[in-house]
Design a protein around this ligand. Sequence first.
Ligand code: ZN
Length: 213
Amino acid sequence: MQRLIEGVHRFHKEEFGRYSALFRKLSKEGQNPHTLFITCADSRVLAELVTQSKPGDLFVVKNIGNIVPPASAVGSTNSTAAAIEFAVEVLRVNDIVVCGHSQCGAMTALLEPPSTNVALPHLAQWLKLATPVREILEKDYASLATPDERATAAAEENVLFALENLRTYPCVQARLADGSLSLHGWFFKIATAELFAFDPESRQFQKIAEPAA
Ligand code: ZN
């Protein structure tokens, strides 16, 4: 806790000056983020840092394993579904990014449920939503040798599964149909902080290229 408190003070002393006008403007005018960014709760995945986004830019949902439940599986208390509706219908974001990552504990747990004595009923229930990803891994990726390779493949397939599930939400369907919303699948490699985007043509995740000047 001490580190957090020191950070709060350091932020106000050293960083806030650069942002004070922006925060004041956002407090008056409200938020108008351009992107809904759905990523993992993992402490190593920092959407704003690696995309150099400012306050007001991203509407971020972090959950275990950046899972997007299909609309049919959503109960009235699902916070990810609530955030999707709000971002798409009210904030009118232009883009949704689902960003998985390397060394994702959720993917490892999905593939090899931990033999733990600790009861984690909510977590087990949540990961069940991604069962189809485990089935794809068993069917199509049996040749992968190492747990790390399997976890990476699972993270990538899980992003594609999330994009598929996003398309089951009526609010997303409507905005895709009128061309005002785009979906993107990304993958973050922790060791090098590189970002890869899914290219539907090659069906591969490719390193995000610098925009042409
Ligand atoms: Zn993760």
